[in-house]
Ligand binder design. Sequence first.
Ligand SMILES: C[S@@+](CC[C@H](N)C(=O)[O-])C[C@H]1O[C@@H](n2cnc3c(N)ncnc32)[C@H](O)[C@@H]1O
Length: 367
Amino acid sequence: MQNSLELKITDLSRGGAGVARTPEGEVIFVPLTLPGDRVRVQIVDKQKRYSQAELLEVIEASPERVDPRCSVFGRCGGCQWQHIPYPLQWKTKTAGVEHALRRVSLTSPKRPEEFPADLTWGYRNRIQLRGLRTDLGFYARRSHDLVPIASCPVARPEINKAIDSVRTEGQELPQQYKVEVEVLPDGSVAKSWNSRHANLGFRQVHDQQNGKLVNWIRENLTAGRPLLDLFGGNGNLSLELASQMTRIDCVDMSTPPVRPESTPENFHFHRSGVLPWLKKKQRSTEAVEISAIVDPPREGLAENTGEILASLKQLGVTEVIAVGCDPDSWARDLSHWTKKGWKLQKIALFDFFPQTPHIESVALLRL
Ligand SMILES: C[S@@+](CC[C@H](N)C(=O)[O-])C[C@H]1O[C@@H](n2cnc3c(N)ncnc32)[C@H](O)[C@@H]1O
């Protein structure tokens, strides 16, 4: 085959692809491979310092390779790592965070606390499917082609039980549709058709791992203070802390439209952008120290970093838990915090997405 190349995979990148080096020193990324594989590939994108290739054939499988559980693994755009044993997945994710920290000249003051997942299959409490007539499935890797599925091994069993009924209902729709299927906290399954957002707004997909993160935050925040939960969504990370904090302000562009009845009295939702809300907030006249959770979207605090950090300092925030789902933007934000005098106390790493390269990183900072 034209352009085909035989390679030995020697490394696993934190982006998910296996890595090979040619005798000339060129780096080639090959998705769906792992160290120890001997593969035939085709270069699909050649850059100055590296190339991207597509796997054509595994000539000799790495002894570590495992059988993917899903019949559409490799075609579906959802999981990238079902062929990799879980301990190697986790080792690669944590090494990736260390690498992201090194790139901004930071090191963890102590060994990061590690929270790999106990439940590595059947964990997702929500999935987003696409459908057209009798087909229901996910988008293919790097395309909008539909890959039909009968079940999804990373989704919770309740979701898999509902798939046939989703397909039957969707079949009635005249055009291609999107449907979000979600296991609600009471165990029932909700379907939301063609809506931009999930039923409950943003929600972490792995309930057990989310519980570990909430516990870690509970153990590490200084109790008895006011708390700002910035980018707080529906209060996922802070609602359970209401009894240990004097007051909680949860700020997010999409807080629940109606204050849920069960909301503790000292918990206040603010539907707003974080920066405008911080700028409007007056510093308390009492000399009180405040804690904050900062959990921005993938891009991190980005261009608002300087103003957000300055506002927090001005308001008397002296303790921050910084959460990030992209190691690079999270590490970049941490380097801004430390340059402004914040001390990195400790780091914890959580796996919310087994079978994919994603990792959730958390840092405790004090001023
Ligand atoms: C990673 S999620 C975290 C949500 C929440 N902390 C949780 O654990 O469920 C990021 C959140 O940031 C919100 N968001 C994005 N940009 C924002 C902005 N400029 N101001 C306020 N909220 C924003 C989104 O609505 C989303 O809920």
